[in-house]
Design a protein around this ligand. Structure first.
Ligand SMILES: Cc1cc2nc3c(=O)[nH]c(=O)nc-3n(C[C@H](O)[C@H](O)[C@H](O)COP(=O)(O)OP(=O)(O)OC[C@H]3O[C@@H](n4cnc5c(N)ncnc54)[C@H](O)[C@@H]3O)c2cc1C
Ligand code: FES
Ligand code: FES
Length: 1215
């Protein structure tokens, strides 16, 4: 078949508007509207979600599905309609109910994940106008949020279900929306209030307002049905045939060309490994590849059907067929429900899944044990091959030939005496590839438990999916009993090899999973035999029943309780009320501008950095000659080009002479496009001479290599204390670090102003003053010439305090006379016999006390939080219930823990608490507030506007915040330490009070006048309508030498009780319930504060249970993105998540008696750690393991499983 040498026009619609142009196939981001965010670039975070709509001319159906635009090849969009968040709704047209409700329910904080969250929900609603909660949580599987803790997002979306929007607090019979029921008076104060938004304010959903599918695309789809389409780019050709014959001809012509369907496998290879394909064949228009047919023996599914379609087909078919026929289908469904996120499931095809055959792909082991058959076709004819272990191993005689394609997959019905099960265990229950997965099948001689056939495949044990073929053969003819199981385990451990140094590590755990899955299968089969032949086979013992089933995430339910404002507070005074985030609606509509969204101008250049591949080495040479030859590359910048100071003594901007870690910036390539800059980076050659690295804490101790001077605090006579102690318990515990995992990558935009060395630096940072200082020093100009601007930051969590200054120096030095933009990514049993809560209670601060550094502290509120948490969580009755559960369940155990918390707010230096604000009143009465704090998602600007509104006594709508800038507020402190709103609030208050005082004589003269009248009058009287406000900061005076003084201005207290359930065989756990009581004192904005507590808590759950940073022996970090580093997702939040703000509490030193609570909730995440510890302790006690044991943090699936020692963990050690 001869392809046209011309390129067809690529036509697709975006938000109802036609795009018709020839795109470069290398354009990675198909739809570059800035509402669509770029987080990870590899399909793992969902920030880039868009909705694709297509028209199928044969069935005349329109399909809508969510997709990760970072993996979407632009040519795949031909004749599709793309909807981005801007197309869903905007403040200029109509804010869509999804957007409006998300904002009103406080579902956004930094807002960077929010457009993706909107799009996932929007795509679901377009297909299911009244979705179930199960569908909603599944739709959010592929969307990560680091800020909110997901609870408000789930609550928002509940309002779209056909189900009731009531919180249905299980067990209580109460509804949080029924305010009359839940509002109760606190002991001595205002009413307690539940819920943070009012569903009565929601706009109804009106489907008639949605975009209709463009009729032009329908016509096009019909007309072009018969024509092959060719899109030619600079380096790549994309061919989309219309029938099987053409496809096979093309495959014969280009045997190496991938058949691109979802691009979720090929796309990753291209992005990660730089693989280039000159030709792509896009087979999705060929009906044969979409066939779905029900035959006498099974289902035939077209290879181009997506995994989401496969799931929907199976869900439809399973209830229609006799149960015995659907065992393979149900096993597949089980895997499909947790495989990837909905976006990937909608893109990825069955054929692509089978052919790319990643070792951890979940469907292949099940399809293989189910004896599925692949229908292949090539120009030379058709044939069928089994999808078995040999195919999955890629054996030549069992594989596709280069010119062959899979047309369809036959999945047989199961037989009556068949038993089929699927297993997978991943580091996170959803949207994470398996650590190990398996498909298992046994066929018995009818009416017996004699094995006639058996097949077990495992994924995740090596580079390919493997079969325990020999073991299974040895077991044929055996009875299904414990002796068989014992032998089967030994055989499998002998056959499936995993060397101690296998890539991915976790070797003992993975081997334990092999036999733990096998044990589960054994029990599932016994259970099934009993159900089929109750007279012949006994029921499972109670002990073993508890091994069955994997955890499913229930729909999370939340409750938020806080004290209402004083009933006499004027309604227009917003302080103390749950006001929506100042940017909430803009987050949801995608209009909120982040650094990378600032519109490009002429001559803008892009920068990409070359980083060290060595942990410690001398830089011998840097050869940039080849990089400079890359078209579009303008310059390569090194340390030599820095005119002034190259970073700090601790951290250089550009490495000079020596590198001290993998990933350190060595030089930067400046080019006309981001792609060219990256191409340039590939061409830079650096020669190193390796030096000995220090990679671990143990290494550092050995080498006496410490950061700074040792600080220590001792209280009492330590030696004497130990001597007189009844018992000394010694041990070691390790806690891992945590990635900040902000969704917005580091971004800097540097714009020279063209005169006096002035430069604007737009930067995503927590510390604009530091950026200003570093850039000025590096360029050797005065700070007054460098203007830093930060509108908002897409998540930071401490990760954007120091690094952005380095990135800004890199960019500013690179090109002082041009505008430049650069994205970067950076990724922390007792033997007393007493119950744990008693020990904590005994050790807890009480009343007025001294901290170890001898700072006085009044712990009354800590004790109150503890008691209230005990009460609200019904700790003791639930503890008894947990113990009862544990008696009944051998293989699943529950644990419960209650943890008190004292968190020090702020810094131990007075100058780090100073803050300034600038408030202007314009002659129309509008107010512009600016201050030194930076919006990181913590709602600081919202609180500042509330403060200004109260102090000036004007409605909130009069007050505006524009940006944080070194022009308006100089020398601002870093926004960190939970103190930002606190100290900047005082500065804003001060400025507003100054202004109000100036206005007082005018107001007194005309008390009935309006604000606008007073302002006009003030102007006429030449009264200044602008004021700076200042707060000197809290006095702290810690002396580390004597170990005395006041280290922190004040403390936040809290307590959390968490309950978990663990699966002793897999190490999986689920968070059942968490109750948090936090002493936020008077909350300026309960919605913001509760959001901070929930978000920080969930981040803490990640820190203590999931997030594991791993390095190679050479010091290279393995865990750099969502594929290798798992932060909590929707499935990880407690099924019941209740937050109470302690009533009637005051913090006299802070503004309005509030407290800064941004970070404190994180530490309460350890209540989940200790609840798991409690469950593991119960397991070990039952197994007779009475000694003490150590559990390190994070308490991952691997650590939980291995601590639940049993026959299987022992077997793994022996075999
Ligand atoms: C973020 C992310 C998360 C994931 N999570 C999971 C998970 O939890 N569990 C899991 O099992 N998998 C997971 N995957 C992998 C996913 O299942 C596969 O990438 C996907 O199924 C591949 O399908 P595709 O259509 O995108 O293939 P493509 O990338 O389009 O193609 C892959 C290969 O298949 C070939 N091919 C495609 N169709 C045919 C055909 N009909 N005939 C012959 N060759 C063909 C192509 O030539 C190419 O070589 C994940 C992937 C991503 C990106
Ligand atoms: S940016 Fe596309 S999924 Fe993360
Ligand atoms: S609001 Fe979700 S990542 Fe910040």
């Amino acid at each position: 078949m001869a392809c046209s040498t011309q390129s067809d026009a690529l036509v697709f619609f975006v938000n109802g508007r036609k795009n018709q142009q020839l795109f470069s196939l290398t354009a990675a981001f198909a739809v570059r509207l800035s509402g669509t965010k770029y987080g990870c670039g590899i399909g793992g975070c969902g920030a880039c979600t868009v909705m694709i709509s297509t028209y199928e001319p044969t069935s005349k159906k329109i399909m809508h599905y969510p997709a990760n635009s970072c993996l979407l090849p632009i040519c795949s969009l031909h004749s599709s309609a793309v909807t981005t968040v801007e197309g869903v709704g905007s403040t200029k047209t109509r804010v869509h109910p999804i957007q409006e409700r998300l904002a009103k329910c406080h579902g956004s904080q930094c807002g960077f994940c929010t457009p993706g969250m909107v799009m996932s929900m929007y795509a679901l609603l377009r297909n299911h106008p009244e979705p179930s909660m199960e569908q909603i949580t599944a739709a959010l599987d592929g969307n990560l949020c680091r800020c909110t803790g997901y609870r408000p997002i789930i609550d928002t979306y509940k309002s779209f279900t056909g189900e009731t929007a009531c919180c249905q607090l299980r067990g209580t019979g109460q509804c949080c929306l029924d305010k009359e029921d839940v509002c109760s008076s606190s002991d001595k104060g205002n009413q307690m209030h539940s819920g943070l938004c009012n569903p009565e304010e929601f706009q109804p959903v009106d489907p008639t307002q949605e975009f209709i599918f463009p009729p032009e695309l329908m016509r096009m789809a019909q007309e072009q049905q018969k024509r092959t389409l060719v899109f030619r780019g600079e380096r790549t050709t994309w061919i989309s045939p219309t029938n099987l014959r053409e496809l096979l001809e093309l495959k014969a012509m280009y045997p190496k060309a991938p058949l691109i369907v979802g691009n979720t496998s090929v796309g990753l290879e291209m992005k990660r490994d730089g693989v280039h394909h000159p030709v792509f064949i896009h087979p999705t228009r060929i009906p044969d590849l979409h066939v779905v047919s029900n035959t006498n023996n099974g289902l035939v599914i077209g290879a181009a059907c997506s995994l989401a379609q496969l799931r929907d087909i199976l869900m439809k078919v399973v209830p229609e067929l006799p149960e015995e026929k659907t065992k393979i289908f149900r096993a597949l469904l089980q895997q499909l429900k947790t495989l990837a996120g909905e976006q990937i499931r909608s893109l990825a095809s069955l054929g692509g899944h089978i052919v790319s055959r990643g070792s951890t792909w979940d469907l292949n082991p099940v399809l293989a044990v189910g004896n599925s058959v692949l229908s292949l076709a090539s120009k030379d004819g058709t044939r069928q091959i089994p999808l078995n272990d040999q195919f999955l191993a890629g054996y030549e005689n069992a594989d596709l030939k280069p010119k062959e394609i899979i047309v369809s997959v036959f999945i047989p019905y199961s037989k009556k005496d068949d038993f089929v099960s699927a297993f997978r265990q991943a580091e996170r229950r959803r949207n994470a590839v398996s650590v190990v997965n398996s498909g298992m099948r046994v066929l018995f001689k009818p009416n017996t438990d004699i094995i006639m056939d058996m097949n077990i495949l495992y994924g995740g044990t090596g580079p390919i999916t493997v079969s325990a073929r020999k073991s299974c053969q040895r077991l044929i003819g055996r009875q299904w009993n414990e002796q068989m199981l014992d032998e089967a385990c030994k055989l499998v451990l002998g056959e499936i090899s995993l060397s101690p140094s296998a890539p991915g590590g976790k070797v003992e755990y993975r081997r334990t999973l092999l036999v733990s899955f096998l044990f589960k299968f054994y029990l599932e089969v016994l259970y099934g035999l009993n159900k089929m032949y109750p007279a012949k086979f006994p029921d499972l013992s109670k002990k073993n029943l508890s091994a069955l089933g994997a955890f499913h995430s229930e729909v999370p339910q939340g409750m938020q309780t806080y004290q209402d404002v004083d009933p006499v507070q004027p309604p227009q005074d917003p302080v103390g009320r749950p006001i929506m985030h100042q940017s909430g609606v803009k987050h949801a509509t995608g209009e909120a501008v982040y650094c990378n969204d600032i519109r490009a101008v002429d001559e803008e250049l892009f920068l990409a950095v070359v980083t060290s591949s060595r942990a410690h080495a001398k830089i011998v040479t840097i050869d940039v000659s080849e990089a400079l030859k890359v078209p579009g590359v303008v310059d390569v910048v090194t340390a030599e080009d820095v005119p002034g100071k190259n970073g700090t003594d601790d951290e250089q901007a550009y490495a000079k002479d020596e590198v001290i870690c993998v990933g350190q910036i060595v030089c930067a390539v400046v080019a006309e496009s981001a792609v060219q800059a990256k191409q340039g980076v590939e061409k830079v050659k650096i020669e190193y001479e390796d030096l000995e690295p220090i990679l671990t804490i143990e290494d550092a101790i050995k080498h006496n290599s410490y950061f700074g001077k040792e600080k220590k605090i001792e209280q009492g006579n330590i030696e004497e204390g130990f001597k007189s102690a009844d018992e000394i318990i010694e041990g070691e515990i390790h806690i891992g670090g945590q990635e900040h995992f902000y969704l917005e990558t580091n971004s800097v935009l540097v714009v020279p102003r063209g005169e006096d060395n002035e430069m604007d630096v737009h930067v995503s940072t927590q510390d604009a003053a530091r950026v200003q200082e570093f850039v000025a020093l590096a360029l050797d100009v005065q700070s007054s010439k460098i203007m830093c601007h930060t509108k908002r930051v897409g998540g930071a969590f401490g990760g954007k305090i120091t690094k952005p200054a380095i990135f800004a120096v890199v960019a500013a030095v690179a090109i002082p006379n041009l505008r430049i933009r650069g994205p970067f990514r950076g990724f922390v049993a007792t033997q007393t016999g007493l119950p744990q809560e008693k020990i904590r209670e005994i050790n807890m601060y009480k009343e007025v006390n001294l901290t170890p550094f001898k700072e006085e502290l009044d712990a009354t509120n800590l004790v109150k939080c503890w008691k209230e948490c005990m009460e609200k969580s019904e700790y003791y009755s639930r503890k008894t219930a947990v113990e009862e559960f544990n008696k009944q369940n051998y293989w699943k155990k529950k644990g419960i823990a209650i943890i008190p918390m004292k968190f020090s707010v702020g810094f131990n230096a007075t100058q780090y608490h100073q803050a300034a604000a600038l408030v202007h009143i314009y002659t129309d009465g509008s107010v512009l507030v600016t201050h030194g704090g930076i919006e990181l998602g913590q709602g600081i600007h919202t609180k500042m506007l509330q403060i200004a509104s109260r102090e000036l006594k004007v409605p909130l709508s009069y007050v505006h915040f524009c940006e944080t800038s070194t022009i308006t507020v100089p020398n601002a402190i870093v926004t960190a330490g939970s103190i930002g709103s606190d100290v900047n609030g005082k500065a804003v208050q001060n400025a507003c009070q100054i202004l109000r005082k100036r206005l007082e004589p005018i107001i007194n003269k005309n008390p009935e006048g309006k604000w606008e009248d007073w302002i006009t009058e003030a102007y006429d009287q030449s009264v200044s309508l602008s004021a700076t406000g200042y707060f000197r900061g809290y006095m702290v005076n810690m002396n580390w030498d004597t170990g005395e003084g006041q280290a922190f201005p004040y403390f936040v207290f809290g307590a959390a009780c968490s309950e978990v359930e663990i699966d002793c065989l897999t190490g999986d756990h689920k968070n059942i319930r968490t109750d948090i009581v936090m002493d936020a004192c008077f909350s300026i904005n309960p919605a913001v504060d509760i959001g901070q507590i929930e978000g920080a808590f969930v981040q803490g759950v990640g820190l203590y249970t999931m997030e594991e940073i791993k390095f190679s022996p050479e010091g290279e970090q393995y865990t750099l993105g969502p594929d290798t580093y798992k932060i909590p997702a929707v499935c990880d939040i407690p099924e019941q998540f209740r937050v109470y703000l302690l009533p009637n509490s005051r913090n006299p030193i802070a503004i309005y008696s509030a407290k800064g609570i941004g970070e404190a909730g994180l530490f309460l995440g350890c209540s989940v750690f200790f609840a798991i510890w409690d469950a593991v302790a119960a397991v070990r006690k039952e197994r007779g393991l009475t000694g003490t044991f150590t559990l390190n943090s994070p308490l991952t699936i691997e650590r939980i499983r291995m601590a639940c020692a049993d026959n299987f963990t022992e077997m793994v050690m022996v075999f």
